[in-house]
Design a binder for this molecule. Sequence first.
Ligand code: ZN
Length: 169
Amino acid sequence: MALLEIVTAPDPVLRKKAEKVREYNKELEKLVLDMAETMYAAPGIGLAANQCGVLKQVAVVDISPPDKPKNLLVLINPEIVQRDEQQDQMEEGCLSLPEFRQVVSRPSRIKVCAKNLKGETQEIIAEGLLARAIQHEMDHLNGKLLLDYASSIKREFYLRKRKKLLRKK
Ligand code: ZN
């Protein structure tokens, strides 16, 4: 296993749509294991393949607190098949957007269909923080970022600051 480099804004790969996984092989298994290790090391509660520079519909999520046993959820080609009408608001952060926070409204409960590492279909009913984390990662797979939920002023201010910082490095 290896730690992957987490891509940060404004890298264009974060704006691209990930492609569906069609082959369930050792390469995919390695990607998932490396992504999980990278997420735990960050630490974060979710990571999408785009954030590692790989345009495949793969995401890992684990919302369990650091002192509790791990509970890794692997999502391959995920699709939301049902959404609650009720929405929750919560502030989110993103490993690809250092120091950026944004309050986002999302359905509080969702039903997701996704493949596991063997290519088997799994159905997940998620609510609360888990539902939120899954929706955040699925946004990534569609090239969408937390920035898109912010006002244009806040978004442009942040991106200008990022570009300035990256030029200095
Ligand atoms: Zn993110």
